[in-house]
Design a protein around this ligand. Structure first.
Ligand code: OFO
Length: 183
C-alpha cells in the first residue's frame, strides 16, 4: 500500500525549497562572520540568530515531507555569495536573497494549488507570512541605513545602529546562548 501523500512534483519542489532554506542559513552565517570580523557585534548577533531561524525553516519542511510519507532528499548546499562590501551592501544582498526565497515559496504554493494538494498549500501559508515579515524587517533596516547616509554612514551612527541591532529580538536563542541541546 502506498502511504505517500505527496506527488512527485510536490516532493521535488519541497526538497528544493528545503535546500533553499539551508542555503539561506549558510548565507546568514557567512555574513554574520563577516560582520563580526568588521567589528559589528550587534549586527553579527542578529545575523547569527537569523541563520538559526533559516535552519529551523529547513527542518520544518523536512518534518512536513516525512509527516506526509514522502521522501526527503538532503543534497549539497550551494556556497554562500561573496562577503558584502559594506553594511548597506550587506542588507541589500540580504533583501535580494529574501526575495529569491519568496519566489521559491510561491512556486510551491502555485504547484500545490494546481494539483489541489490543499494540505501542502495550507502548510506553505506559514512561509508566505514569514516571508512578508522578513522582507519588511530588512526593508525597514535598509530605510534606516539610507536615512543615516547609506554608503556614507558615519562611524558614530554606525555604532548606535550596531547597538540597536543587539536589541532586536528574534524567535530563536541569541547566538552566544546557543548549544546543541538548545539550538
Ligand atoms: Fe528567510 O525565511 Fe526562510 O523561509
Amino acid at each position: 500500500m502506498n502511504t505517500n501523500r505527496l506527488s512527485e512534483n510536490i516532493t521535488a519542489a519541497l526538497n528544493a525549497q528545503m535546500t533553499k532554506e539551508a542555503h539561506a542559513s549558510q548565507t546568514y552565517l557567512s555574513y554574520a562572520a563577516w560582520a563580526d570580523r568588521e567589528g559589528f557585534g550587534g549586527i553579527a548577533n542578529f545575523l547569527f540568530k537569523h541563520a538559526q531561524e533559516e535552519r529551523n525553516h529547513m527542518m520544518k519542511i523536512l518534518e512536513y515531507i516525512l509527516k506526509r510519507g514522502g521522501q526527503v532528499e538532503v543534497t549539497a548546499i550551494p556556497a554562500p555569495p561573496e562577503n558584502p562590501s559594506s553594511l548597506n551592501n550587506c542588507f541589500e544582498k540580504i533583501f535580494e536573497h529574501e526575495v529569491e526565497n519568496t519566489k521559491g515559496v510561491y512556486k510551491v504554493v502555485k504547484m500545490s494549488s494546481d494539483e489541489e494538494d490543499w494540505a501542502t498549500w495550507n502548510f506553505m501559508q506559514w512561509f508566505v507570512k514569514e516571508q512578508i515579515e522578513e522582507e519588511t524587517l530588512v526593508m525597514n533596516l535598509l530605510d534606516k541605513i539610507k536615512i543615516a547616509g547609506g554608503e556614507k554612514i558615519s562611524s558614530d551612527i554606525l555604532y548606535s545602529f550596531d547597538r540597536d541591532m543587539e536589541k532586536i529580538s528574534g524567535d530563536v536563542t541569541a547566538a552566544r546562548d546557543v548549544t546543541t541541546i538548545n539550538p
